[in-house]
Design a protein around this ligand. Structure first.
Ligand code: OOB
Length: 550
């Protein structure tokens, strides 16, 4: 084992797979021993003149993308922005610069911490602290928000952050465009070392970082390509924020670039943005969350755009109802693939040749024969097929521990190394899983995961709030919305005031509760804990009264 890996172990940054198992994955070629930076180089060697990437009016061939990634790696390294083993917070929209930054960092052996563009001071400060990031790479101003000013505030709180690099007007910081330099040879990182830090969907007030190695992440992409085949004739449209595991690696843009396909970047998910791109670039595959699929199903009815090139629509991140699932084929003229995945690892896909009934009603089968899944009761005893139970999993691309989170890892993993997903599923005899519920305390707002704890803690800091409980309420459009029950001693405390409080504390806007309900008391369980089941039922009634659920 070379230095970066053993150093990471020493700092308890990630929990390795048992050595014997790791040796087997390597011997069997499950782990290919390649780095993600190498993948692009190999693709450039095979498909140099083919189009790799399209961002607006600009196009990159594989050779150009590979060359630019080398030049950016050289510049970032030479200018001291990032060295091997450093963490770099990357918060970028779907632009070619995001792709180049990721590959440049992979080649240096530096680790992108993949933040979302919607994150604000609160999240970015936590992510920088937890990862001891040395630099941030951000856009300048976008959608009326100045990322430079936020980066400066975060820098004031995080001493590790030395540099701010801006894709746009840098003001007093470094311009990304000025960091391209003549390529220099850089030592190849260890394929067993951390390639990226993904963000957990989050059940804890402070989100956990997910260390994915080059070996395991590449396997994730390649096994995904077997389930959702991509080849040189395919055009993958990246609609969701590219930093998310789904559009990045399931098979996403990494799978596409490994396959010699073309990646098209969309700035947003609206049909007005996406349908013209599908038509213009003859897009064959794309991935969305259920609310976007619902939007497209409506819009496709009277679109003047030609969507016939679309072969596969992947839908995942949250539950897609069977009725909507049934409409995808007839309305959009493509095959639906349900995707049930998690940034921690395990990804399940319905297969393109599965019977329609399974595609409509299940969330697929684990993508790899090396995935182990167990469906268990509260005491970790296996339940029979067909019965709901907690989903546990381990395998060659599912992490064995979060980054620097010893204590949390004790709860989140079994002694045998299974990850406790927090999802309640039923397993059919065919192996297909149906997601029926969730044991973890979060709201899945249209695919965006919001930890109840995080919102409760922040609302609890308002002087007028005596107690607070956050639950999911059902919603036809988003799947779930965020509902906060609040006990207050301050007469006339308004939801407007609490929303402002959250905004001023730098919370990302998508985490703001959609509904506040002011109550005199909380329902309690027999042991005296807040009974969220009762609150969920109450929120569901309110949603139904407003016609938000059918
Ligand atoms: C994906 O990843 P995360 O990390 O944002 O969220 C994972 C959680 C799962 O544990 C589950 O609770 C929920 O999101 N989920 C689904 C689902 N797909 C994810 N719940 C019901 N039905 C589905 N199809 O969301 C993600 C990562 C890779 C590929 C696809 C999604």
């Amino acid at each position: 084992m070379n230095a970066p890996v053993s150093e990471a172990l020493r700092q308890r940054e990630f929990t390795p797979w048992p050595e014997e198992l790791a040796a087997r994955y390597r011997a069997e070629g499950v782990w290919s021993g390649l780095t993600l930076g190498r993948v692009l180089r190999d693709s450039a060697a095979r498909h140099g003149d083919r189009t790799a990437l399209i961002d607006g009016a600009r196009t990159w061939t594989y050779a150009e993308l590979d060359g630019e990634a080398d030049r950016l790696a050289a510049g970032l390294h030479k200018e001291g922005v990032a060295a091997a083993g450093d963490r770099v917070l990357v918060q970028m929209p779907n632009t070619a610069a995001f792709v180049l930054v990721c590959f440049a960092l992979f080649r240096i052996g530096a680790v992108p911490v993949l933040a979302q563009p919607a994150h604000r001071d609160h999240e970015i400060t936590q992510l920088s602290r937890q990862s001891s990031a040395v630099a941030m790479i951000i856009p300048g101003r976008r959608s009326g928000f100045d990322y430079r000013e936020m980066a400066e505030r975060v820098q004031g709180r995080c001493p590790s952050l030395r540099r701010i690099v801006v894709d746009g007007d840098p003001r007093r910081h470094s311009a990304l465009s000025a960091l391209f330099a003549d390529p220099v040879p850089l030592p190849e990182p260890d394929p067993g070392s951390i390639a990226v830090l993904q963000l957990s969907g989050g059940t804890t007030a402070v989100p956990k970082l997910i260390p994915r190695t080059h070996d395991d992440y590449l396997y994730n992409a390649r096994a995904s390509v077997r389930a959702c085949p991509l080849g040189t004739d395919d055009v993958y449209l990246c609609v969701l924020p590219a930093a998310h595991n789904f559009p990045l690696c399931a098979p996403g843009l990494l799978g596409a670039l490994d396959s010699g396909a073309t990646v098209v970047l969309a700035q947003g998910p609206s049909d007005g943005e996406v349908f013209p791109l599908i038509e213009r670039h003859r897009v064959t595959v794309t991935a969305v969350v259920p609310p976007i699929a619902l939007l497209w199903l409506e819009a496709a009815k009277d679109t003047r755009h030609d969507l016939r090139s679309l072969r596969v629509l992947q839908v995942g991140g949250a539950r897609l109802g069977p009725a909507a699932a049934a409409r995808v084929g007839p309305v959009l003229g493509c095959r639906l693939q349900q995707v049930f995945g998690m940034a921690e690892g395990l990804i399940c896909y319905t297969r393109l040749d599965d019977p329609d009934e399974l595609v409509r009603t299940t969330q697929g089968v684990p993508m790899s024969s090396a995935d182990e899944v167990a469906v268990v009761d509260d005491e970790d005893r296996a339940v029979p097929d067909g019965e709901p139970g907690h989903l546990l999993t381990r395998g060659p691309y599912t992490i064995r521990g979060y980054f620097r989170a010893d204590e949390h890892n004790q709860r989140a993993f079994t002694a045998e190394g299974f990850y406790r997903t927090g999802d309640i599923v039923r397993r059919l005899p065919s192996g297909h899983l149906v997601v029926v519920d969730r044991a973890k305390d979060l709201v899945n707002r249209g695919g965006d995961k919001v930890a109840a704890d995080e919102i409760e803690d922040m609302l609890g800091t308002h002087p007028g709030v005596h107690d607070v409980a956050v639950v999911a309420e059902p919603d036809d459009a988003l799947g779930e919305r965020i509902c906060a029950f609040v006990i207050t001693h301050e007469d006339g405390l308004k939801s407007r005031v609490l929303k402002k409080h959250l905004r001023e504390h730098g919370l990302a806007a998508y985490k703001t509760p959609d509904r506040f309900v002011f109550v005199d008391a909380m329902p309690l369980t027999s042991v005296g804990k807040i009974d969220k089941k009762v609150l969920r039922a109450r929120a569901a009634r309110l949603a139904a009264e407003e016609g938000r659920t059918s």
